[in-house]
Design a protein around this ligand. Structure first.
Ligand code: DGY
Length: 310
C-alpha cells in the first residue's frame, strides 16, 4: 500500500495566479495541495479548522501563533514574503517547525510601488482619477518631488532600494535605523525625531508590531509632510494618523499595509489618502520569484528538494 501524500495548505489565495509554475512544482514533488477556501487572509479559527492533517503551509500573513502551531502537525511554514511578524518564531523553534521566508524577492516590487505611489500622492493622481471616473473634470494642483527632503525609516533592503530609485530626483535623503550606525552613500543618518522635524516625505520600511509613529512622533512631524507606509499597519498609530490628517499636519498619506486586513476603517473616507490592498509584492515578476522560492524552501525543509536526494 502506498503512503498517503503529504498535504500542503496554500495560505495566500493569489498563489499561482501570476504563473502556475510554483503550483506545478509542488504537485510534481508528489504533494497534495489544499487551497484556501476563503480566498482571503485566514483567521486563527479557520487555520485551526484547516490544519489537521497538513504537514506544510505556504504562508501569507495569517496568524501562525503558538495556539495554531501547537494544535497542528505542521513540519514547515514557508512564508511567501519578507515579513515574519505573523509567525511566532519562538513557538515554531520549540515545536520543531521549520520556518523559511523569501527576504530578497519583494525588494524591487515594493520599492517601485513606493516611488509610484509617492509621485501619485504628490500630484493627486488618485483623487483626479476618482473624479474623472465620476465624470467630474477636476484639476488638482499637487507638488513636485525634486528637491524635497525624504526620510527613510528603516535602511534594510527595501529602504535602500527606495533610496536608489530616488537618486534622479535630487532629493535630500535622511535615514534612521537603530541597526545602522554608518551612513549609506547619499543618505544622512539622523534620529527619528530629527528626521520627522525636517522631512517633506516620511517613508516607512521597517518591520515589527509596535508603533514607530505613535501620537508623540506624529505630533513631531513637519507640518504638511506626506507619509508612506508599505510595511506594516502596526507601525503607525491609526488614531494618531487620523488626527494628523484632520489637523492638516499630514498633507496626505499612502498606505499599503493596515492594522486590520482587509481594511475598511476611517482612512477610506479621506481624499488625500491613497490606499492599496497590501500589494507591494504584487508584480508578476516578484510573485513568480517569491512563490518559486517559497516552494523550493518548503521542499528543502521537508527533505524533498532534488539536491537533498543525494
Ligand atoms: C511581505 O513580504 O512581508 C509582504 O508584506 C507581503 O507578505
Amino acid at each position: 500500500m502506498s503512503a498517503a501524500p503529504i498535504k500542503i495548505l496554500l495560505g495566500p489565495s493569489s498563489f499561482g495566479s501570476a504563473d502556475p509554475a510554483p503550483l506545478e512544482r509542488l504537485k510534481a514533488a508528489g504533494l497534495e495541495v489544499v487551497d484556501n477556501p476563503f480566498k482571503r487572509k485566514l483567521t486563527q479559527q479557520e487555520l485551526l479548522d484547516l490544519l489537521p492533517g497538513i504537514t506544510g503551509i505556504i504562508a501569507g500573513l495569517e496568524p501562525l501563533n503558538r495556539a495554531v502551531m501547537a494544535a497542528s502537525q505542521l513540519k514547515v511554514i514557508s512564508r511567501v514574503g519578507v515579513g515574519l511578524n505573523n509567525v511566532d518564531l519562538e513557538a515554531a523553534a520549540e515545536l520543531g517547525i521549520a520556518v523559511r521566508y523569501t527576504p530578497d524577492a519583494p525588494t524591487i516590487a515594493v520599492a517601485e510601488l513606493t516611488l509610484g505611489c509617492l509621485l501619485n500622492l504628490l500630484r493627486r493622481v488618485g483623487e483626479m482619477d476618482r473624479s474623472l471616473h465620476a465624470c467630474r473634470w477636476n484639476k488638482c494642483v499637487g507638488y513636485q518631488l525634486t528637491g524635497r527632503t525624504v526620510l527613510l525609516v528603516g535602511l534594510g533592503r527595501i529602504g535602500l532600494a527606495v533610496a536608489r530609485l530616488l537618486e534622479p530626483f535630487r532629493v535630500r535623503l535622511l535615514g534612521c535605523d537603530p541597526a545602522v550606525d554608518q551612513a549609506p552613500a547619499g543618505i544622512e543618518l539622523v534620529s527619528l525625531q530629527e528626521g520627522l522635524a525636517q522631512a517633506d516625505v516620511i517613508s516607512l520600511h521597517a518591520s515589527g508590531t509596535e508603533p514607530i509613529l505613535g501620537p508623540g512622533e506624529l505630533a513631531d512631524i513637519k507640518p504638511g509632510a506626506f507619509l508612506l507606509n508599505p510595511s506594516r499597519g502596526e507601525l503607525v498609530d491609526e488614531q494618531g494618523l487620523v488626527a494628523a490628517l484632520d489637523q492638516g499636519r499630514l498633507a496626505g498619506a499612502w498606505l499599503d499595509a493596515f492594522w486590520r486586513e482587509p481594511y475598511d476603517g476611517p482612512l477610506t473616507g479621506y481624499e488625500n489618502v491613497l490606499l492599496t490592498p497590501h500589494v507591494g509584492s504584487y508584480s508578476a515578476e516578484c510573485r513568480l520569484d517569491m512563490e518559486m522560492q517559497a516552494v523550493d524552501n518548503l521542499l528543502e525543509a521537508l527533505g524533498l528538494a532534488k539536491d537533498s536526494e543525494a
